[in-house]
Design a protein around this ligand. Sequence first.
Ligand SMILES: Nc1nc2c(ncn2[C@@H]2O[C@H](COP(=O)(O)OP(=O)(O)OP(=O)(O)O)[C@@H](O)[C@H]2O)c(=O)[nH]1
Ligand SMILES: [Mg+2]
Length: 442
Amino acid sequence: MFESLTDKLQVVFRRLGKRGILREADVDEVLRGIRLALLEADVHYKVVKDFIGRVRERAVGAEVTRSLSPAQQVIKIVHEELAETLGEPGRLELKGPAPYVIMLVGLQSSGKTTTVAKLARYLRQGGHLPLMVAGDTYRPAAITQLEVLGRQLELPVYSEGQHVSPPNICANGVREARRRGYDVVVLDTAGRLQIDEEMMAELERIKQAVKPVETILVADAMTGQEAVNIAAGFHQQIGLTGLILTKVDGDARGGAAISMRAVTGVPIEFLGTGEKTDALEVFHPDRLASRILGMGDVLTLIERAEAAFDDEQAMRMDRKLREASFDLEDFLEQLRQVKKMGPLSQILDLVPGMGRLVQDVSPEVTDQQLKRIEAIILSMTPEERRNPRIINSSRRKRIARGSGTVVEEVNALLKQFRQMQRMVKQLGKGKKGMQKLMGMFG
Ligand SMILES: Nc1nc2c(ncn2[C@@H]2O[C@H](COP(=O)(O)OP(=O)(O)OP(=O)(O)O)[C@@H](O)[C@H]2O)c(=O)[nH]1
Ligand SMILES: [Mg+2]
């Protein structure tokens, strides 16, 4: 699922990545791309409109964070807003006196019966004693299907055959659970091809009879634009507390997930990721958002960059660079910031395109080089660091000895530093110190 949406967004972001500075027109272009990608993934147009509006507002008015590039900033905003749209992490609300009743509803073949078994299994793992109730009397095979699953899992199923009304079966099931000490009851209900009055009325009666703590809509992730009407319909008529999306392992375009949560306002609790009873994932909006954007790695990098660089420090460096008063002390400080982000090899791997560029360089070598550069600078006196011009040949020899390196390496570093200073002056404003430095190593 989400593959094509992910591909399209990647194209949008790749184009963005090449921009040094972000103008309003760039933001608009990116947003057009995102909008199109979401619509093509079957996200409801109203949801898309809302989403784009929020991203735009933040992207245009965004305070410049010095630790991130403009492209990174937009990706970060899109990611956060997407996670926000997807809601909170899934959590079953089992509150009040036991037994807690969880009622699953949904259209035909959406995966209700399978999900009843998945949930029962999940609950047992969490230390609960679940009882499944066969509340679908319309299809003869439905009861058998649940009983088979119960036997597979060695979990109890309550059924009364086909000739008792579903509200009665469900109420009896809950009574049975209370009598025998089961603390959670998971109800399977009948599905219809589409929403109809009769089905809704019966679900309503079941709800009245058993007072569920959770009424969860089980919906097929493959449902396209229809998803919105289905979710809204169920929510208006019987009142939902949560959603479970099934068949997420299929090739759905993913729009349903984004839309259904947005129109109902109830959380997505779980994702069904396969036919087997262990194929159930607790829902995490930020993880799904990363998956949709296909940018897990970039997001990790953004987080690390933010953690490693505080804004104040970045601002100070920026000022120094502009005033060309950037010296080896500052260089050392920047080096240490880069090191805080993790081994250089890993950082480079995380930067799109970079991993491929430096494939030939052994990662140990790069990190080793960083350490040697640090040792060289540390062997200088503060005076030398502030004013590298004074480092004559006898000082070079001393520094090489002190850092366990050779004079050639000291020379190379000083040359590199002079080049950098020149480059900094040429670049002037605009680009940020950090990026310039990263460029040195790239
Ligand atoms: N790949 C995949 N298949 C699933 C998933 N959940 C359910 N299925 C399959 O979807 C089909 C329908 O599942 P059921 O659990 O019988 O659906 P239902 O909503 O109970 O159907 P009715 O009772 O007829 O309304 C079955 O073949 C399941 O194996 C899932 O997460 N992934
Ligand atoms: Mg069923």
